[in-house]
Design a protein around this ligand. Structure first.
Ligand code: ADP
Length: 401
């Protein structure tokens, strides 16, 4: 690809010490370049940048996000893209929490940055990092339109009964406590792809999507609109995840605060880092979990069983919530790559019209595809998610309209 970047969108996902990025053609979906900046603020910072067959790296301290992005621009230049000079169509930023304020892709202004920062109370681990990434990019590319795409946006219109916690209504209103849902960009993209793969009008399709990565969530989507999702005020609720346990009895926290003198930081660490698959088995990567299970580790087996049990609990809830289900879809790292999880999640549900074809389920295939047998009442699919492309398209759509 040439050094011309005018039609391309730079998609950024800024974490507290990392930046994931892709340079995407929103029309074709082609990725011109992609990379990862890691360990920002530490002595052993690193960048891996890939453009076509070329891979260039950086190793050494990276002071902050702006320094990291400057190095990324250098890597782009080394591989033939003058990002600052040629001019991009837009920069699309993944922003985790849009609160009640943001429910569609939004052109970034000073006011928008301030509003995203103000939502940090709801997403203390994510929004501050997103803001840092946005501010750094605005300094480095002052003439390029920047667009924020929110992980919560797709779920903004959840029905009241699905988004409301049964707690003191005044407390909830005062502190913005409701179910927001996350992974929305993925659920929206994947549910849209499902309608395409089925060759049906999205408005006609009732479906359940399981996004199973390090973080995991499910959604029930009726005619293109979500009616329920598993994540809530924060990404802690719902399914069992790599290091998060999903639903737990909140009384566990009261008990630990009283009996083990756990403070806020202790609770935070327990819930965000020491729970889920990791808490039960010692590992958070699903491939390692499978190796442990194969070697006979009972804790790993239990972790897997709890994981599947929770998936099936929500599957049942969403089957009932939707009434009629046309499609069930698996996406993200585990969902796309583990035939075992897909088979176990849907085992024994033939009387609901849900069947998985073993050959299709285990076939090596990276494309969006059906894994249910021909003629099955409910289509079961595997659809690779592509949040970067969805963000690039959203940013492009906003800027050119
Ligand atoms: P993130 O939430 O960080 O975007 P991903 O969607 O990349 O996560 O999913 C990461 C998870 O996918 C990890 O637990 C990883 O072990 C799992 N995974 C990746 N490849 C496979 C595979 N071939 N089989 C089973 N699990 C896999």
């Amino acid at each position: 690809m040439s050094g011309q970047a005018k039609d391309l969108v730079l998609v950024l996902n800024s974490g507290s010490s990392s930046i994931k990025y892709q340079l995407v053609d929103p029309s074709s979906g082609a990725v011109a370049a992609a990379g990862l900046v890691e360990r920002i603020g530490e002595a052993d910072g690193a960048i891996e940048h890939k453009a076509g067959d070329q891979v260039v790296e950086h190793h050494g301290p990276i002071a902050d996000h702006k320094a990291g992005l400057q190095l990324v621009f250098e890597k782009f230049a080394e591989t033939g893209f003058d990002l600052a000079g040629a001019g991009l169509c837009a920069v699309g930023h993944r922003v985790v929490h849009g609160g009640e304020v943001f429910y569609r892709p939004t052109l970034i202004t000073d006011e928008v940055v301030a509003a995203i920062a103000a939502l940090s109370e709801l997403a203390p681990l994510h929004n501050p990092a997103n803001v840092t990434g946005i501010e750094s990019t605005r300094e480095l590319l002052p003439d390029v339109p920047q667009v924020a795409v929110f992980d919560t946006a797709f779920f903004h219109g959840l029905p009241d009964a699905a988004k409301t916690y049964a707690i003191d209504a005044e407390v909830a209103a005062k502190y913005g406590i409701r179910r927001y849902g996350f992974h929305g960009t993925s659920h929206e993209y994947v549910s849209g792809r499902v309608a395409e793969v089925l060759g049906r009008d999205p408005a006609e399709v009732n479906q359940i999507v399981f996004h199973l990565g390090n973080g995991a969530s499910a959604s029930a989507v009726r005619g293109g609109r979500p009616i329920d999702t598993t994540m809530g005020l924060t990404p802690l609720e719902g399914l069992v995840m790599g290091t998060r346990g999903g639903d737990i009895d909140p009384g566990i926290l009261l008990h630990l605060m009283r009996s083990a003198q756990l403070d806020v930081d202790g609770v935070d660490k327990l819930l965000n880092r020491d729970s889920g698959i990791k808490g039960l088995s010692g590992v958070n990567d699903f491939r390692e979990l499978q190796r442990l299970i194969d070697s006979g580790a009972r804790a790993a087996r239990l972790a897997y069983d709890v994981y599947i049990h929770r998936l099936r609990r929500y599957l049942g809830a969403y089957l009932v919530g939707l009434g009629r289900v046309d499609a069930i879809t698996f996406t993200a790292g585990v969902g796309e790559n583990s035939p075992q999880v897909r088979a176990d999640a849907l085992a024994g549900l033939e009387h609901f019209g849900i069947r998985v074809d073993p050959g299709r389920n285990t076939a090596e295939n990276r494309a969006a595809r059906r894994i249910s047998p021909d003629g099955a009442e409910v289509a079961v699919l595997v659809v690779p998610t592509n949040e970067e492309l969805a963000i690039a398209r959203a940013a492009h759509g906003l800027v050119v309209s």
